[in-house]
Design a protein around this ligand. Structure first.
Ligand code: SAM
Length: 480
């Protein structure tokens, strides 16, 4: 039995099973305690300061009480506050990205993933550097500026040097009016030394999904391969931070285990990072397990309804107010639209989850990692975002200006992100509209930009943004 200690560097202590079970019992006992729930909701609300807003966030215990609560009025209030928080720190901007699958060679035995080593149905494929280049050009031709690279774990076929080569290739491609400006990386847990090399290669966020925080389930779901080691996987973010990566992205694969358990574990992980490294997760992803080749969809009986899924997202937003929240094309347009209203700040668009998928005319399914529910083009996604009241953003300025880790967080907390982000979002949206959009999307976008420019409070900032936007529209000048 391990004592709960968020400052410990041992997985069993910062994600203590005993603490999670006690949290769930506490949440269940208080789920109709409306006085306590109101108090927790009040604590979660953003408070206006001289320069911006500040939010206290919630502990895993407090947030678990909200998640357990089934009262419709209280749930509606959670959703309102989630939206208020997102507006306070991120405004109506939504950041766009696309995954890029490099290799599906994998030695692990993850029972929910079609890339598992024992799956003999799928062709194994690894992109050459020439193919990486072709994929990146295809992505750039859509308008993407931000990628998340994905790969299975295979020290022989995809060693770290291969991943590093791919990152260098991606950053080196200058094509037409653009370049990929931020490469986030989603690869298996590795060593401090390797994290250091990834940092030196200029990666953005290092993303690693925990899959499940329940150690017993984790070991059953990952029966073979290096990923079987729960502690090594759970302590990966500490090694990443030790290696100098200060933007890390957490996530749970919802549907593998009981969602209340995962939720408490996820928040404890965020609290641990804050306690030990002084900075919480840069992003939190909320993937749900999907049908895939060689996977029995009925094997996961913890799958969660859209309603519960929405509530989880809102409660994460209340508990970890400054984090970026990501939803992928695993989810349908309808689900994504709902999730955008409760705190999501980043979405992928026009994703292909197969190795080499972007250079194929038709969406390939043979090496696909999971079925993509939202199959719209990037142009359609951008148009939809604007029609639903958002500013699609391709901005990567924070990362390139060195505003990562605690520097990003303190800017976010002081409200300054909102002031510099809207102009940046509008400029990068103008780049997209001018270089890549359909006529209909472009017209809609230019009108939206005119309206949004008027809302920028500082005259000087408004003026500079307007000048840059005109320059983008009428010249080849990009990347202000
Ligand atoms: N190999 C790396 C690792 O093990 O962390 C990279 C992961 S993989 C390319 C990206 C993520 O896809 C996994 O972490 C997992 O959460 C998710 N995934 C795997 N199978 C899935 C499925 N059937 N449905 C939805 N997501 C899935």
């Amino acid at each position: 039995m391990y004592e709960y200690n968020p400052r410990s560097l041992r997985a069993e202590e910062f994600i203590s099973d005993v603490e999670i079970r006690e949290t769930l019992a506490y949440a269940e006992a208080n789920k109709d305690n409306f006085a306590l729930i109101d108090e927790i909701l009040e604590k979660a609300r953003p408070v206006k300061t001289g320069t911006g807003y500040i939010c206290k966030g919630l502990t895993h215990r407090e947030a678990s009480v909200l998640l357990a609560c089934e009262n419709p009025e209280k749930i509606a209030r959670m959703y309102e506050i989630a939206e208020e928080i997102k507006q306070a720190f991120y405004g109506n901007r939504i950041v766009l990205f696309a995954p890029l699958y490099l290799s599906n060679y994998c030695v692990n035995g993850c029972v929910y993933c079609p890339y598992h080593g024992q799956n003999k149905h799928i062709p194994r494929k690894k992109l050459t550097q020439e193919e990486v280049k072709a994929e990146v050009i295809a992505l750039q031709d859509m308008g993407h500026k931000r990628l998340a690279i994905e790969a299975g774990e295979d020290p022989v076929n995809n060693p770290l040097d291969y991943i590093l080569d791919c990152i260098h290739t991606i950053y080196s491609i200058k094509h037409k009016n653009g370049a990929i400006r931020r490469v986030n990386v989603n690869i298996a847990a590795t060593t401090v030394e390797n994290y250091r090399k990834l940092k030196e290669a200029g990666i953005g966020t290092y993303i690693l999904f925990q899959e499940t925080y329940n150690k017993e389930s984790y070991e059953r779901l990952h029966p073979t391969g290096p990923k079987h080691d729960y502690d090594y996987h759970t302590e990966a973010m500490d090694r990443a931070m030790e290696g100098g990566i200060d933007d890390v992205g957490l996530g749970v694969l919802f549907g593998l285990e009981g969602y209340k358990y995962e939720f408490a574990g996820l928040l404890m992980h965020a609290e641990h990072l804050e306690a030990v490294h002084g900075v919480g997760p840069h992003t939190i992803s909320v993937p749900r397990v999907k049908k895939a080749d060689d996977i029995d969809p009925d094997a996961f009986d913890n799958s969660i309804s859209d309603e519960i899924f929405t509530k989880i997202a809102a409660c994460i937003r209340l508990a970890v107010p400054y984090t970026g929240m990501i939803i992928s094309t695993r989810e349908s347009e309808q689900v994504r639209e709902r999730m955008l209203q409760v705190g999501i700040s980043q979405v992928s668009g026009a994703s292909r989850t197969s190795v080499g998928g972007y250079t194929e005319k038709e969406r390939p399914t043979d090496t696909e990692q999971f079925n993509v529910s939202d199959q719209r083009t990037l142009d359609e996604v951008i148009k939809w975002l604007m029609e639903t009241g958002h500013i699609p953003s391709f901005c990567t300025a924070c990362y390139r200006e060195g505003r990562t880790g605690d520097r990003f967080m303190s800017l976010c907390k002081s409200g300054q992100i909102v002031n510099c982000c809207t102009p940046n979002a509008l400029m990068t949206l103008t780049e997209y509209l001018t270089d890549y959009a359909s006529e209909e999307t472009r017209d809609l976008g230019y009108r939206l930009i005119d309206e949004e420019l008027k809302k920028i409070p500082k005259e000087k900032v408004r003026q500079i943004a307007a000048e840059h936007i005109e320059a983008i529209k009428h010249s080849d000048k990009r990347d202000f």
